[in-house]
Design a protein around this ligand. Structure first.
Ligand code: PBG
Length: 310
């Protein structure tokens, strides 16, 4: 356990429009959707405990959703406003923004679709690039494209460089599987697809080879860090990726994995703290440099109190 540090943790947040609101996410005990004012409080508490990286997901009001996901890159969109405030008020904080379309499209897919509901690759890359630029302009340190659109890292890297944001880094959701573990997140972000599933763009969980190829592609396209997601059912991929590429690597301990822990603890099956440390240690052992986890603030507190073994 000695080598697990809060520096390795990234805490995800859901940002909503409005003021002084804190909406508990139905199936994620302990996680709320926050307006920017409350987000500031939360992030600075976590920062004081030692979590210096925040991953932001914007929640789009229903009436702003449309086929083109305009709200995602509108001037002063919710994520851009949140980034600007966080960077202004919390020194030493690294802000990572999720770059995707599913929370903003009327159909809930991570892409712009054509009339036949097929992915329009060009328009999707244009929209993702605009989102990344809007976040970069507000001061995001990292953008994290999660749409699994082909060549998304390359397109975003080019757009950032062309617009004077060469310093903004990219965390690629490189090996993102079409997983059943994302259910609770889709409630939180209001991003469930209205029809079909995401198998056309997310990876088949039986295919390790393809996953490793995607990671290699993202590195070549210019990603500064790559990611495997979810974490627990995919530790083999985490390990292989680290061994094969020896490149900065994150693993995302996703919403469904978080809920399993909480539910088990809730019915007395195990002690939350102990199981969280076991899980986190396993992800680190497999080779992840960074762990994106909804437990981040708790872990940091436990580390600080030095009571994680009791
Ligand atoms: C959106 C996105 C998803 C997650 C992160 N970004 C869900 C999805 O692909 O439907 C899941 C995160 C989690 O479950 O905690 N592209």
């Amino acid at each position: 356990m000695q080598n697990l540090s809060s520096k390795n943790l990234i805490m995800p947040y859901f940002v909503i429009e409005g003021r002084n609101k804190k909406e508990p996410v139905a199936n994620m005990p302990g996680i709320s959707r926050l307006t920017v004012d409350n987000l500031l409080k939360e992030v600075s508490e976590s920062k004081q405990l030692g979590v210096s990286k925040a991953l932001l997901f914007g929640v789009c009001p229903r009436h702003y959703k449309n086929e083109l996901a305009n709200y995602a890159y509108a001037k002063n969109n919710i994520v851009s406003r949140a980034v600007a405030e966080l960077k202004r008020k919390i020194k030493g904080l690294s802000v990572i923004t999720d770059v995707c379309l599913c929370a903003y499209t009327s159909h809930g897919h991570c892409a712009i679709l054509d009339k036949k509901n097929k992915i329009d690759g060009k328009k999707t890359l244009e929209a993702l690039s605009k989102i990344a630029l809007s976040h970069a302009a507000s001061g995001a340190d990292w953008v994290a494209p999660s749409a699994m659109a082909k060549k998304q890292v390359l397109a975003i890297r080019e757009a950032l460089d062309k617009n004077g944001f060469s310093n903004v880094k990219i965390m690629g959701y490189s090996a993102k599987f079409a997983s059943n573990f994302y259910g609770p997140f889709r409630d939180a972000a209001d991003s469930a697809p209205k029809f079909g599933d995401r198998k056309a763009y997310q990876l088949d969980y039986s295919d390790a080879k393809k996953a490793l190829k995607e990671i290699g592609d993202d590195i070549r396209e210019g990603a500064d860090m790559v990611m495997v997601k979810p974490a627990l059912s995919y530790l083999d991929i985490v390990k292989e990726a680290k061994q094969k590429f020896n490149y900065p690597l994150a693993a995302y301990n996703v919403s469904g994995e978080y809920v399993l822990v909480k539910m088990g603890a809730g019915i007395g099956l195990w002690q939350e703290k102990k199981i969280v440390f076991e899980i986190t240690a396993s992800i680190k052992r497999a080779g992840a440099d960074y762990i994106i986890t909804y437990h981040a603030k708790d872990i940091a507190r436990w580390i600080k109190q030095k009571n994680y073994l009791t």
